[in-house]
Design a binder for this molecule. Structure first.
Ligand SMILES: Nc1nc2c(ncn2[C@@H]2O[C@H](COP(=O)(O)OP(=O)(O)OP(=O)(O)O)[C@@H](O)[C@H]2O)c(=O)[nH]1
Ligand SMILES: [Mg+2]
Length: 375
C-alpha cells in the first residue's frame, strides 16, 4: 500500500471508531446497557386515538388540565405518571426555537414514549400560534397560561436589569423555582421533565427516562453541573445558611455551582414537600430573585443538596443534549463514566498512529535525527 492509501485507511478507521463510540449507548455507571432495558409500556392503544385527535386540537387554556385528567384515567398502570413542560416567551424567535426543540424531543424521545407536553405561556400568545405549535409536533400538547407580576411584598424598587437580565427573565426564574411547584399539575403527576424553548436532544434516547427514575427511586435527575456568575448569587448562600441554621442540615453545596437545569427530570413530590415550600417561601420573600437575579438553577440546586439523599440523585450520562453553548455529555463525563471504552479508543488510535508513522518518512527522518546521521 502506498502512503496516501495508508493515511486514508487510518483516517477512515479512526472515524468509524469515533462514530461507534459516540453513537452506541455505552454501559452506564449502573452497569446495564440502556439499549437492552428499553422498558416503557406498550403504547399501541394509548392514548385513545380519537380522544387524542380531539384533544390535540384543543387550545382552550382551561381545558388543558381536564385533558390531562382524562388522559390519566386511561394511563397504563406500568407507565410512570409524567409530563414534559416548558415555559415559552411568545416572541417569534422563541416560537421558532420551540418548533425545532419540539421536533428534536419528538424524534429522539416522545415519538416512542408519548408523554404529554405542557407549554406555559403569558397572555398574548394567540390561538393560531398555539395551533401552529401543536401542528409542529406529534406529541399531545396542552397550554397553560400564567400571569407574571412583581410581588407586592417587595419594598425596594426592582431594578430594570439585574445581573444583566430583564424583569421578564427574573419572572421566569421565579416561575421555575416557585410558581410551577404550586401548579395543580404537580399533584396530578409523579414526575416531570423540564426543558427550555432552546433545548435540543441530539440523539435517540433508547429508554424511558421516567421509568429509569421510578425503577431506581431517583428523585432528581440531571445532565451536568456548572457554575452561575458570582454576581448573580450575591447573598443567596448566606440566606440559605440562615434558613437552615436552626435545623440539623448543613450546607455543603459549593458557591456558585448549580445543576444545569434547563434539562431536569424530577419527582414532583420533591417540590411539594413542606420543607421545600417553606424554603422557597423564605427565599422568595427576600426578593433576591428580583434584586440580584437569583436563578432557579442555584435556588433549586441548593434545595436538592439539602433535601435529597445522594443515592436518589442521578446523572444521566447517555442523553445527548444541547442548550445554548453547552452540550452533554461532556468529554469529561464520558471519560469518567466510560473510562474503559475511552482507554480502549486511545489504545486503538495510538496503535494506528504508530503504524502510520512507522511507514511515514518523517518518522524515519526523526530516527535519523536521533541517531545523529542527519546534519
Ligand atoms: N413567558 C416568558 N417566558 C420567558 C421569559 N424569559 C424567558 N422565558 C422562557 O424561559 C425559558 C428560559 O429562558 P432563556 O432565556 O432561555 O434562559 P436561560 O437559558 O436560562 O438563559 P440564557 O442561557 O442566558 O439564554 C425559555 O423557554 C424562554 O422562552 C419571559 O419573560 N416570559
Ligand atoms: Mg434557555
Amino acid at each position: 500500500m502506498n502512503k496516501p492509501t495508508i493515511t486514508l485507511t487510518g483516517l477512515l478507521a479512526i472515524s468509524i471508531i469515533i462514530f461507534i463510540v459516540i453513537r452506541i449507548p455505552l454501559i452506564s455507571r449502573t452497569g446495564h446497557s440502556h439499549r437492552i432495558s428499553r422498558g416503557g409500556p406498550d403504547t399501541r392503544n394509548w392514548p385513545d386515538r380519537i380522544l387524542y385527535q380531539e384533544l390535540k386540537r384543543t387550545t382552550e387554556p382551561d381545558l388543558g388540565l381536564q385533558i390531562l385528567r382524562s388522559l390519566l384515567k386511561k394511563w397504563p398502570s406500568n407507565k410512570p405518571k409524567a409530563f414534559i413542560y416548558l415555559l415559552m416567551n411568545g416572541t417569534p424567535e422563541g416560537i421558532r426555537r420551540l418548533f425545532s426543540g419540539l421536533k428534536s424531543v419528538d424524534k429522539n424521545y416522545n415519538d416512542e414514549f408519548k408523554y404529554p407536553i405542557v407549554i406555559f405561556h403569558e397572555p398574548g400568545v394567540t390561538h393560531s400560534q398555539k395551533i401552529l405549535i401543536q401542528n409542529a409536533s406529534k406529541s399531545l400538547i396542552v397550554f397553560q397560561m400564567v400571569e407574571f407580576k412583581i410581588p407586592e411584598f417587595l419594598e425596594k424598587e426592582v431594578p430594570k436589569r439585574a445581573c444583566s437580565k430583564n424583569v421578564g427573565y427574573r419572572h421566569m426564574c421565579r416561575f421555575h423555582a416557585k410558581i410551577v411547584t404550586k401548579h395543580p399539575l404537580m399533584e396530578l403527576f409523579d414526575y416531570y421533565m423540564r426543558l427550555d424553548d432552546d433545548s435540543q436532544f441530539n440523539g435517540n434516547i433508547k429508554y424511558d427516562l421516567f421509568k429509569e427514575m421510578s425503577d431506581n427511586s431517583y428523585i432528581y435527575g440531571y445532565l451536568g453541573i456548572t457554575n452561575d456568575s458570582p454576581e448573580c448569587v450575591i447573598g443567596l448562600w448566606d440566606a440559605v445558611r440562615k434558613h437552615i441554621s436552626r435545623t440539623s442540615l448543613s450546607l455543603t453545596w459549593p458557591e456558585p455551582m448549580m445543576y444545569y437545569n434547563n434539562f431536569e427530570v424530577a419527582s414532583t413530590k420533591l417540590w411539594l414537600k413542606k420543607e421545600y415550600q417553606d424554603y422557597i417561601e423564605y427565599i422568595d420573600k427576600l426578593g433576591g430573585i428580583y434584586y440580584y437575579r437569583w436563578g432557579d438553577a442555584p435556588i433549586k440546586s441548593l434545595a436538592v443538596s439539602l433535601f435529597v439523599p445522594q443515592e436518589n440523585i442521578h446523572q444521566f450520562t447517555d442523553v445527548w443534549y444541547t442548550h445554548d453553548t453547552l452540550s452533554y455529555p461532556t468529554v469529561l463525563t464520558l471519560m469518567y463514566t466510560h473510562s474503559i471504552t475511552i482507554i480502549a479508543l486511545f489504545v486503538i488510535i495510538a496503535s494506528i498512529m504508530t503504524y502510520l508513522l512507522r511507514k511515514h518518512k518523517y518518522l524515519k527522518y526523526g530516527q535519523s535525527l536521533l541517531r545523529g546521521s542527519v546534519k
